[in-house]
Design a protein around this ligand. Structure first.
Ligand SMILES: CC(C)(COP(=O)(O)OP(=O)(O)OC[C@H]1O[C@@H](n2cnc3c(N)ncnc32)[C@H](O)[C@@H]1OP(=O)(O)O)[C@@H](O)C(=O)NCCC(=O)NCCS
Length: 177
């Protein structure tokens, strides 16, 4: 049984910035490179979190033991006439391979669908096997371009393998701030 099945996936707000920073600071060098596709210092993580547009972007977290152990930030932007978003995702090293990443990815896609966002992207380094496995498991269309890859989730296609597109509410999403 998944020991973290009861973890709450929640919408995060500006008052959660410190919890988000703590989560990202705990990522080691390799995780930071995988998450941000570049070497990232503590200071640049703080700048990044300060720049998150809560209320405009999709910002979700998984809470356990009083901290954020999983985090998704998906800036929303225009691509031609369509609204799309690009997901960045991370799970605390001690909580990986327990289904948290998949639940957060599914919740992000469901939230995007409910906001009429046409397409969801995840960009990652081709060498990032765990992210490729997660994207494949969530039903993404994987595209490889040398050392970089992307997973694409179309809003009109069934976004969850073997099931209907789900709504944020059905995943028990709620604001914690
Ligand atoms: C990528 C990452 C978010 C995955 O999170 P996770 O919570 O461990 O993923 P899950 O437990 O939900 O696993 C989802 C699927 O991927 C598979 N998977 C996850 N990690 C794996 C690994 N190391 N090797 C093989 N398969 C793996 C799981 O088996 C599962 O497959 P299934 O649904 O068929 O059973 C996590 O490894 C991470 O935070 N990495 C550092 C940051 C990063 O690389 N971000 C991605 C770029 S934005």
């Amino acid at each position: 049984m998944d020991p973290y099945q009861g973890c709450l996936v929640a919408l995060l707000g500006a008052s959660d910035r410190a919890l988000i920073v703590a989560h990202l600071h705990a990522l080691d060098m390799e995780d930071r490179i995988n998450r941000f596709c570049c070497v990232t210092t503590d200071e640049s993580i703080e700048q990044y979190v300060n720049g998150i547009r809560f209320g405009q972007d999709i910002v979700l977290g998984t809470l356990a033991e009083g901290r954020v152990v999983g985090f998704v930030h998906a800036p929303v932007f225009d691509e031609g006439r369509e609204r799309v978003c690009e997901i960045g995702i991370s799970v605390d090293a001690g909580f990986r391979k327990t289904g948290i990443g998949k639940r957060m990815l599914q919740a992000s896609i469901a939230t995007a669908n409910s906001l009429q966002i046409r397409r969801v992207y995840v960009q990652y380094m081709t060498s990032n096997g765990p992210m490729a496995a997660l994207a494949r498991s969530a039903g993404g269309r994987l595209e490889r371009d040398g050392s970089e890859s992307s997973a694409v989730f179309e809003a009109e296609a069934p976004v969850l393998r073997g099931g209907k597109p789900c709504r944020a509410r059905s995943l028990g999403l709620e604001a914690v701030s």
